[in-house]
Ligand binder design. Structure first.
Ligand code: 7RM
Length: 633
């Protein structure tokens, strides 16, 4: 499976696009299947309908746990580093992980969870979150992980959309000097849900919480008495593995659905090749399991490869801005994978802190979640990688399941801020607004993919039409990514950012419609429009224009109230950085908000606003440009 040099990459790539089915057929042989597939692929991008490894039977957790535990039972699967450096850190071997997963699997069965049931997971970033995901997969239940920073409303929406039967949570979690009251928030969410029969509660930080019997069950009470073996449920390749909600340009977040066989093959193959992971390496991805990066490159990809990883509960700046580097030294981390926003925020603390650590163990650095600007790339390369570690700038999405465009560490020649070249099996194409392919090099346009790969999104949960509409209708017969992209003279890809109404704040995807819906719930607001603007640390910040019912005298107070509302409805990650009170929004005669103009003004550009003649009331632009009633936090 492993590619060793650039020449080999070029050969494998060529083969993979000329003979995709043969290529994936060979790769898939490297895994443990209960029954081999009859056919590699069936697909069309019109319905869309994509099936990989048809009639193959397997359980992904046998590949994550049983196989590695047979080969090397005492190898460490996870090192756990707690939020507080003085709290207990510990490690879990493959054998122990298998046993813990089996015990929880048996507990879930005892409370009635069956194959195909949905289970919501709302946990801190601790090994039990991973155990919960794997226990679902073991018994054929579908996990839906909800990031612990989301609000009660967001949790309730996700539980309701998938009609989850069980919720797995903890009393609370720690992030820096803050406590996250998970159970309390879950209780609030459960007042608006009807499908949850039981809540499994892990005692993690020992805070006082409400336990509502018989609904709520303590994790330890039910798990400790279970057998340490659980027979895996045999799944079809195309049985659903998980749902993960992600923001789009319209409406509420969508439940992206991934299935078993293809997702397994693709995440394992890409983990091995992008990171060039060797058996003795120590890998650390700083993401949270609430995001796709956590699913594919903390849980499934690394475990299937029998890797040793670090799981960290805390934040980069606690107790100080040297925490990441202290952890790298403590565990002799060889592979460090994080988001540009984290790099930029640590860059702001200067290099003196870094000099206290050796960072000698590092071999490969990774970047994910948003475009990495050249300056941050150079800083990361020089100060963290000491000029000797390649940076794998990995471009991919919740919908793609795994990395699609990225260098292979130590193999692909690098170019700062470029995700470089497509991985084997990936056929990118750049199109113009009308959908014409921009062939050759030195072109810029919208990024699409023209052939399926094993971990492509299968549907959006409960609403297949939304999946078709969002990803497969803009350009016929292409998967549309929503990203803009440039292919340079060398054929290298640079992702320039979203071309739709999705913005990327600190590597988190946020939909404009979601934020606007939250803001509009403020009693003093008639309507609003949100845009992204360049932010030195977050990548993009949130700038919201709001139209009040009556004149506002205290904009700062309104800003605080709006952010309180956003926190309550979505979560603190979607708080507005800037609020500007305006008397109206720039709308076309047909009533569409001209975001292009609002984006330019938010960026500080007031002269070249482009054509404004189609506006219903062009004078509103003059007022907005003045920027009189503005609050920035
Ligand atoms: C993995 C993840 C997806 C969106 C995607 C892009 C942006 C992600 C990069 C990137 C430039 C990268 N999934 N994005 N990685 N942009 N370079 N290396 O982040 O579903 O949460 O977000 O993130 O806009 O469409 S996601």
């Amino acid at each position: 499976m492993r590619i060793h040099n650039f020449e080999e990459y070029q050969k494998v790539y060529q083969y993979s696009i000329e003979h995709p089915e043969d290529f994936w057929n060979e790769i898939a042989q490297h895994f443990h299947w209960r029954k081999k597939w009859d056919k590699v692929l069936e697909w069309n991008f019109t319905e869309p309908r994509v099936k990989w490894f048809i009639n193959g039977k397997l359980n992904i957790t046998e590949n994550c746990l049983d196989i590695p535990a047979q080969k090397h039972p005492d190898k460490i699967a996870f090192y756990f580093e707690p939020n507080d450096p003085n709290d207990l850190s510990y490690s879990i071997t493959y054998k122990e992980l298998l046993e813990k997963v089996c015990q929880l699997s048996n507990a879930l069965k005892e409370i009635g969870v069956q194959k195909g049931d949905r289970v919501a997971i709302y946990m801190p970033m601790i090994p039990e979150a991973v155990i919960a995901m794997l226990a679902c997969a073991r018994i054929g239940a579908i996990h839906s992980v909800v990031f612990g920073g989301f609000s009660a409303q967001s949790l309730a929406d996700r539980i309701n959309d998938a009609e989850c039967k069980v919720l797995i949570t903890a009393d609370g979690g720690k992030r820096g000097n803050k406590i996250v009251h998970l159970k309390q928030t879950a209780d609030e969410a459960l007042q608006q849900t009807h499908s949850i029969e039981h809540v499994l509660v892990l005692k993690h930080i020992g805070i006082e919480i409400n336990i509502q019997q018989p609904r709520d069950i303590w994790w330890d009470d039910i798990v400790s008495k279970q057998s340490t073996y659980c027979e895996p449920e045999i799944m079809d390749s195309e049985d659903m593995l998980f749902i993960l909600y992600t923001s789009g340009s319209t409406g509420k977040p969508k439940g992206v659905v991934h299935t078993t066989g293809g997702y397994m093959v693709y995440t394992a193959y890409t983990f091995l090749n992008v990171f060039q992971y060797d058996p003795e390496d120590i890998y650390w991805c700083t993401a949270d399991v609430g995001w796709i990066t956590g699913h594919s490159y903390i849980v499934y990809g690394p475990l299937i490869n029998g890797a040793t990883s670090v799981i960290f509960e805390g934040i980069p700046t606690y107790p100080d801005a040297g925490r990441f580097w202290a952890i790298v030294d403590k565990y002799k981390v060889t592979h460090f994978y994080t988001a540009p926003t984290a790099i930029r925020s640590l860059e702001a603390f200067g290099t003196d802190i870094i000099k206290q650590y050796s960072l000698e163990s590092l071999k490969v650095l990774g970047s994910v979640g948003e475009p990495i600007n050249e300056e941050a790339w150079e800083w990361y390369h020089k100060n963290i990688g000491k000029g000797k570690c390649p940076i794998v700038d990995t471009w991919w999405q919740t919908e793609t399941g795994g990395i699609l465009i990225s260098p292979l560490a130590h193999i692909t020649p690098l170019k700062p801020s470029y995700a470089t070249l497509p991985l084997p099996g990936i056929q990118p194409i750049i199109v113009d607004e009308k959908g014409n392919e921009l062939k050759g090099n030195n072109v810029e346009g919208n990024l699409c993919i023209k052939f399926p790969w094993p971990s492509i999104i299968r549907t959006t949960y409960g609403n297949h039409e939304r999946c078709r509409q969002t990803y497969f209708s803009t350009y016929p017969n292409l998967y549309f990514t929503g990203d803009g992209c440039k292919r340079d003279a060398d054929g290298y890809y640079r992702i320039t950012g979203r071309v739709d109404d999705v913005i990327n704040v600190s590597g988190h995807r946020i939909g404009t419609a979601e934020v606007e819906d939250a803001i509009n719930q403020h009693p003093d607001i008639v309507e609003s429009a949100m845009v992204g603007y360049p932010h030195p640390i977050k990548g993009q910040g949130i700038y919201a224009y709001v139209v009040p019912v009556r004149p506002i005298d205290d904009v700062k107070k309104l800003h605080k109230e709006i952010n309180g509302l956003i926190t309550k409805i979505i979560g603190p990650i979607a708080k507005a950085d800037v609020i500007q009170v305006v008397s109206g929004l720039p709308k076309t005669r047909s009533g569409k908000i001209m975001r292009r103009i609002l984006r330019k003004i938010a960026e500080g550009e007031t002269s070249n606003l482009g054509d404004t003649t189609t506006l219903l009331d062009p004078s509103i632009v003059e007022e907005i440009k003045q920027g009189k009633f503005k609050s920035q936090m």
